[in-house]
Design a protein around this ligand. Structure first.
Ligand code: TYD
Length: 229
């Protein structure tokens, strides 16, 4: 296990940026909240947030993206527009204050859902990623930093079939949750590609285990990376 210390964030800001990914039904939400509590008990200030969303405007965009049928490029532009607001208003300021940012989904979700799932052009997604996460145009605290990217990304990997059976009893499905098993197989492949391209950043968690076993795996990674004591 890599034992990189996060005492100084890799982007020159003091905070630590952690994202959580996986197909719908992979079970990441419980673990994000538990990790937030553990970090707070250890004296860290935590900003717990999500995408699409995290600001009033981005939450409005979330409602549209999750519920309205739209052209794939419109969808991609809206998730990145929401991200830009979120990065500028919430993530960069929290990192500059030295906080731990725990973010339920980030750009890997756009590559997995819009890219691999929908088949939208990943070259355009890469360009949007550079624009939206590039800090050259940020005013204020993070002006001199090049790029906002998670220091650590947990990928909760679960077969689409198992995730679907977990979602069966859930509330009425949104636009994505209603997609086919084949769609989610492609989304998982999209996450696998992102991991292959940036394996240092990613921690793959086998989510096809009991909740306790998944939490143990999360804790082990968090300790190994110096996030949890
Ligand atoms: P999710 O994070 O699963 O929230 P909840 O647990 O409340 O359902 O829902 C967000 C949905 O948005 C999910 O289906 C994936 C999708 N999404 C994208 O398609 N692209 C993105 O860039 C992001 C951040 C999310």
């Amino acid at each position: 296990m890599q034992s990189t210390s996060f005492s100084v964030g890799s982007k020159g800001m003091n905070g630590i940026f952690v994202s959580f990914e996986g197909i719908d039904g992979a079970g990441k939400s419980t673990h994000i909240h538990t990790l937030a509590k553990c970090l707070e008990q250890q004296g860290r200030v935590v900003t717990l947030t999500r995408e699409p969303g995290g600001t009033p405007l981005a939450e409005q965009l979330r409602v549209l993206v999750l519920n309205e049928p739209m052209d794939p490029m419109t969808e991609a532009l809206l998730v990145f527009a929401a991200r830009r607001e979120h990065v500028c208003q919430v993530i960069v300021p929290a990192l500059a204050r030295g906080e731990v940012v725990l973010c339920d989904r980030f750009t890997d979700a756009s590559f997995a859902y819009q890219g691999a799932g929908r088949g939208f052009d990943t070259a355009i997604l890469s360009q949007l990623e550079r624009w939206v996460q590039g800090t050259a145009t940020f005013s204020g605290t993070a002006g001199e930093h090049a790029f906002v990217q998670p220091d650590l990304t947990f990928w909760f990997d679960l077969p689409a079939q198992v995730a679907a059976s977990r979602l069966t009893n859930a509330r009425s499905p949104d636009k994505f949750e209603a997609q086919s098993k084949e769609f989610f197989d492609r989304v998982s492949q999209g996450y696998a590609l992102r991991l292959a391209a940036d394996s240092q950043r990613f921690a793959r968690i086998d989510a096809n285990q009991t909740q306790d076993a998944v939490w143990n795996a999360v804790q082990q990674v968090a300790r190994g990376r110096g996030l949890l004591q």
